[in-house]
Design a protein around this ligand. Structure first.
Ligand code: HEM
Length: 443
């Protein structure tokens, strides 16, 4: 009996020591080592790290709307904003017991993103991340990544991308048909673009118009296999899904995709291709709505290039104004007028605007793991915005409340409500940017 108690006690003591080692000794040791190298940050707190502070700061900023300013960093990432100010450009904070080294210094960012020595592996995905994204291209590494990246490159560039244009146009047309008759009424574009972007990625990547791609991967597999077996078509198709299906049926054992790989890759592309473009389209329309002069400039370019015809691939690359509609936040890189909306910064191209500093502006990432869908995302955005500008002028609805929040992508907490005025029925009746009552308060 006594032996049992002694063994249990010893076991408990070892477990407690291991717990204290992992949750106290290791974090404090890492903190001490980094502090000694000049990297400081908010102190580690037992078990929670800095999570409570982060939640508190985020709750506080989320509960308040802001004026129509571009200075959104303190609102969307209040913890990073306050710690950069307090501890400098590079600092350490704690996500529970996981140390997070934040670096914003351009040279260091470049080194990490280029990852020449392969010293910075992707971090292990969380269960939530895996569920949402699937264990696809964004998360995989090594040989597996090289092969799948090649496949995706092929599916989302060059001729393949050109062949997607009709499907994108037709999805935008469906959305615009729904908008017809709603002129002068308020419309929540973020929700509209959510439907549009999921339709576009489903049709272009998977050749299917069904919603909820995760649930119907098997259905698409079966339907394509049946068509091949019945002799209706020769192969599985040239879209992304067709390429995946070829790899799934591949003869080479080493390179063959499992069904699980296939489903994961579909999840990845559905999520990566939808949420991101949804956000880009929503905020672009928002900016065009408050800056009527830039809206007019962008429309003039669209009309010059396409007239009232649907966008064509050769013209899409010539659209420059839409690409320059963006915002940035570091005064050391962009100057004291960083928060002013000045797309003219990009008049001579991105390289010139950033003084050839690639880390000053990299919305699509940098280096080998940069976005494989960039050309696709820009094509979809240019087509959708062009087709809207050909038909409507856009003003911001008085109901709009400015409250951007970071939730993987930048989301408008209360949607983006705009008012559409048909160019063909109402004439040019959009906000005059010089009239402050039209555009509320813009810093
Ligand atoms: C405005 C739209 C988009 C933005 C801002 C964006 C941004 C990014 C960024 C920053 C990365 C790098 C992530 C990292 O370094 O870990 C990335 C990777 C990726 N993106 Fe996008 N993306 C967009 C649209 C798309 C679209 C439309 C697709 C699919 C068609 C896509 C698929 C991917 C994939 C698969 C990766 C991982 C690439 C790899 O690790 O090899 N993205 N994206």
């Amino acid at each position: 009996m006594e032996i049992v108690i002694v063994v249990s006690c010893a076991f408990l003591v070892i477990a407690l020591m291991k717990f204290l080692y992992d949750y106290l000794w290791i974090p404090l040791r890492i903190q001490q080592v980094l502090n000694s190298q000049g990297i400081n940050g908010p102190p580690y707190r037992f078990i929670h790290g800095n999570n409570k502070e982060v939640s508190k700061m985020r709750m506080e900023t989320m509960s308040k709307a802001m004026g129509l300013s571009h200075d959104i960093f303190p609102k969307v990432q209040p913890h990073l904003y306050s710690w950069i100010n307090k501890y400098g450009k590079n600092f350490l904070y704690w996500n529970g017991v996981r140390p997070q080294l934040v670096i914003t210094e351009a040279e260091l960012v470049k080194e990490v993103m280029k990852n020449n020595e392969n010293s910075f592996p992707k971090r292990k995905p969380t269960i939530y991340g895996k569920k949402l994204l699937g264990n696809g291209l964004v998360l995989i590494q090594g040989e597996k990544w090289v092969k799948r990246r090649k496949l995706a490159n092929h599916a989302f560039h060059g001729e393949s991308l050109k062949n997607m244009t009709p499907a994108i146009i037709s999805s935008v047309e469906t959305m615009l048909e729904k908008w017809e008759g709603g002129e002068g009424r308020e419309i929540e574009v973020f929700r509209e673009f959510r439907l549009l972007t999921s339709e576009v990625i489903s049709r272009t990547a998977f050749g299917s118009t069904s919603e909820g791609i995760r649930d119907c991967v098997m259905e698409i597999v079966k339907s394509r296999e049946n068509r091949v077996v019945n002799g209706e078509v020769e192969g599985f198709g040239n879209d992304f899904f067709g390429l995946l299906l070829n790899a799934y049926h591949g003869l080479d054992d080493r390179n063959r995709l499992s069904l699980e790989d296939l489903v994961d890759e579909c999840k990845t592309f559905y999520f990566a291709g939808q949420e991101t473009v949804n956000s880009l389209l929503g905020w672009t329309v928002f900016l065009l709505a408050i800056y009527g002069d830039w809206q007019e400039k962008a429309r003039r370019e669209v009309i010059d290039i396409f007239g009232d015809q649907n966008p064509r691939s050769e013209g899409i690359v010539k659209l420059k104004t839409i690409v320059s509609i963006t915002s940035h936040h570091d005064p050391q890189l962009w100057g004291d007028d960083v928060h002013l909306f000045k797309p003219e910064r990009f008049a001579e191209g991105i390289a010139e605007a950033t003084k050839y500093n690639a880390t000053a502006f990299f919305p699509f990432g940098l280096g080998p793991r940069s976005c494989v869908g960039m050309a696709f995302a820009m094509t979809e955005t240019k087509i959708a915005i062009s087709m809207i500008l050909q038909r409507y002028t856009i003003t911001l609805s008085p109901a709009y409340v400015h409250s951007p929040v970071a939730s993987l992508t930048l989301q408008p907490q209360h949607g983006i409500q705009v008012i559409l005025h048909s160019l063909h029925n109402d004439g040019l009746k959009y906000a005059n940017p010089k009239n402050p009552s039209d555009i509320h308060q813009i810093k």
